[in-house]
Structures are given as C-alpha cells and as structure tokens.
Design a binder for this molecule. Structure first.
Ligand code: UD1
Length: 384
C-alpha cells in the first residue's frame, strides 16, 4: 500500500509523528510493506516552528518540501495546490492522509480528490460553527471531500452524520495528539523548568525576575488566533487582563507566536508589556518544552485547540480565550478542564479567579489512550 501524508503547520507535526511510528512498526515487525511519503507544504518554516518538531519527535524529515511559506489565505491555499499536484501525479498513492484544519489540510484535500485519490482526514468532524474562522472553512472542505473520517470523540461523529456523511466512512479512533503526549511525557517531565526559561529568555523584557517561578505556581499563556491578536481592541483587553489580574498574582510564562509578537510590536504595546515584572515572554518553544510547561502550570490561558486537549489529559485548569470551540469535549460541562471566556474582560476575570483555586484533575475521553495511530493504520490497510 502507498500512503502520502501532508503536514504544513506546527500542530500537524505532532499529529503525524505517531502515524509515522505506526508505519515503521508495521513494516519492521509485520512486514506490512507500506510505502509512505511525507510532504511538508512549508506553511511554517522557522526552525522553532518546524524543524525543532521533527528533531524532538524523531520524525524523518519530509520527502518533499513544497516551500509555500507565509502569505494570504488564498496565496497559501492556491500555491499549495499548484505545488502539490505534480507530487500526487507522480507518486499516485492509494491514500492521501491530511490532519487537522490548517490551510495545508484544505488545499491538499482538493488536489487529492481532483486527482481521484482516496482521502483520509484525521481529526474529522470538529465544528465551531463559526464561519469567520479560517480553520472552520478548512474543516468543512476536508470533511466534505474525505473518504475516511477519523474522529476524536462522539460529538464529532454526530456532526458528520448531521452533515450527511455515511456511517461507514466514520471511524471513532481517539485523539492522535494524545499518542504523542503519552510517548513523550516522561522525557518532557525530566526537563528542568529553570533551564527552559533561562535558555529561552529573549530579553524582550529587561527586568524579568526569573527566580519567582515555582513548580505548580505559574500561569502558561499562548495566543495566536487572528480574532485575538489582529484586532487592537481585543489584544489590548487581553494584555490588560494578563498584566492587571494574572501577573499580579502569579508569574506568567508565555511562548509567543511570531504573529502575536509582530502584532504587539506593530500596535505599539511592547513598551507596556516590557515593564511587567513576572511576565516572561519566550520565543516559540518546541513540543517537549511546551509539554513541560503545561505539566508544571497552575493554570493555562490559551486560544490553541490542541493545548485545550492536552490540558484536559494533564488536568491543567484552562481558560479558553475564544467565544466558541470545535472541541466541546474539553469543556467543564462535558467533564473537561476548559472554560470558554472569549476575550471578554469580565468573563476572563471571573473564570481566572475561580479556576486558579482548582486542583489538577485529569480528564481522558474514551480512546485518548496513546493508540490512535495504530487504529488509523489498521483501518487504512484493511480498506485499501
Ligand atoms: C496556523 C493555522 C492555525 C494553527 C496555527 C498554529 C491556518 C489557517 N492557521 O496559524 O490553525 O492553529 O498555524 O501555529 O492554517 N510566521 C513566522 N514563521 C513561521 C510561520 C509563520 O514568522 O514559521 C509568521 C508570519 O508572519 C505569518 C504569521 O506568522 O504571516 C502567521 O502564520 P500562518 O501560518 O499564516 O498562520 P498561523 O497564525 O500560524
């Protein structure tokens, strides 16, 4: 069997690593004879946004690099389709595997079907029902075209059935990101917290007090959604909340996405941010360091979907800085550790003061057990 899988942006690498390991295992132990090509569209390209993930997760480097880079959505999707088409035409796999909801996911799903190749979507059926999110558009396109939908939970299955996807194409397999979490958590837990913070200190803020960071007593922040960081009013509200409410009570560790760093600079908020004692801005950190930061955090504040899921499994109380989520399984109402607060100052404040008192209470939805990639591979090999 010939497989071709696609990665483009940071969260994709974490999702493809377990599948690549499962393929290696199947070939090594059972002589499965699976041929596999990995294509990287190049949407993320900085070393810390891309290569560090391959190195840390032990993934072989991509067989093909499309080198698409940054640009508008239309540019990214269009250029990916153009560059991906000849690769598909030459390799002609039995299945193209796409993961998640980034622009690469959308672009490659269209090219795959135009070339009449069977398409498998890993993390299918997630819906925020918010068409202003580029990711929701990518999910809708990918799921409309896919021949196999691998889902993380039963809510995702219900969404697909409502949209008319036939039951036999839907496979509830669990969460492939949790495969990576389980495979790396021990190693990550051995990383020294001080080392991560000192090694990554950007001097973005000159008078940071590195010694006030203790295990279990800091907040971990990540932000990158356009709805939070591209709008000056939204970003300023969040910064105010972080500075006045959160940093006043505990140190903040914030690995900062290039998009957010650029917006802080462009909008002239950097002076305000630099002055805050206890606000530690790090450059983007790799997977292991992020996991280590999550393991030691008292509370997380994030707009990342993947982090919400990781917080659940690790038990970290989490403020989701979004008004909706495509991952309702992570919410308190469904047993998770996350609460939606948008970027509304009052909701953020109320939730922060309530959640900061909560102990870590891990929550693991069914099949988030570290064996999702093996299930996916079994299905793909028996359906080809
Ligand atoms: C993308 C995904 C988002 C995912 C996120 C994870 C889409 C529509 N969005 O958003 O779903 O949650 O990745 O990080 O696919 N940049 C760099 N270096 C890089 C990559 C980006 O400096 O290696 C900067 C560029 O200025 C770029 C900006 O970050 O324009 C945004 O990058 P982009 O890939 O367009 O979107 P993300 O915000 O990362």
């Amino acid at each position: 069997m010939k497989l071709l899988s696609v990665v483009g942006a940071r969260p994709n690498f974490v999702k493809i690593a377990p599948l690549m390991r499962a393929i290696e295992n199947a070939n090594g132990k059972f002589n499965a004879g699976i041929q596999h090509k990995l294509v990287h569209t190049g949407q993320h390209y900085d070393a810390e946004m891309s290569q560090s993930f391959f190195d840390e997760l032990g993934i072989a480097y991509p067989d093909v690099e499309l080198g698409v880079g940054s640009g508008s959505h239309a540019q990214q999707v269009g250029q990916t389709m153009i560059a991906f088409e000849p690769v598909v035409q030459e390799y002609r796999p039995d299945w193209i595997v796409i993961v998640g909801d980034v622009n690469a996911t959308c672009a490659c799903s269209i090219t795959a079907k135009k070339e009449h190749i069977k398409l498998a979507h890993v993390e299918a059926g997630l819906r925020s029902f918010d068409l202003d999110m580029p990711e929701e558009l990518n999910r809708l396109v990918a799921d409309r075209l896919a021949d196999a939908h691998f889902t993380t939970d039963s809510i995702a299955c219900t969404n697909l059935i409502r949209e008319g996807v036939s039951q036999e194409k839907i496979h509830l397999v669990g969460n492939i990101m949790i495969d990576t979490l389980e495979a790396t958590r021990k190693k990550a837990s051995e990383l020294d917290l001080d080392w991560i913070i000192k090694q990554n200190e950007t001097n973005y803020m000159a008078d940071s007090d590195l010694n006030n960071i203790r295990e279990g007593q800091y907040a971990m922040v990540t932000l990158h959604r356009p709805s939070n960081v591209d709008d000056p009013a939204a970003l300023s509200g969040i910064l105010n909340f972080l500075i006045k409410e959160v940093a006043a009570e505990m140190p903040i560790i914030w690995p900062i996405h290039p998009r957010t760093r650029n917006r802080i600079l462009d909008m002239g908020f950097d002076d305000q941010v630099k002055k805050v004692r206890g606000l530690h801005l790090l450059p983007p950190v790799g997977y292991m360091k992020m996991l280590r930061l999550n393991l030691g955090a008292k509370i997380a504040l994030t707009d990342s979907g993947g982090l919400q899921e990781e917080c659940c499994v690790l038990g970290t109380p989490c403020l989701t800085l979004r008004f909706n989520t495509e991952r309702p399984v992570t919410l308190e109402a469904n047993g998770g550790t996350c609460v939606l607060v948008g970027n509304d100052p009052e909701r953020m404040r109320d939730a922060f003061h309530r959640k900061k008192k909560e102990p870590k209470t891990p929550f693991r939805p069914p099949l988030w057990d570290g064996r999702t990639a093996v299930r996916i591979l079994e299905k793909l090999t028996t359906q080809s």
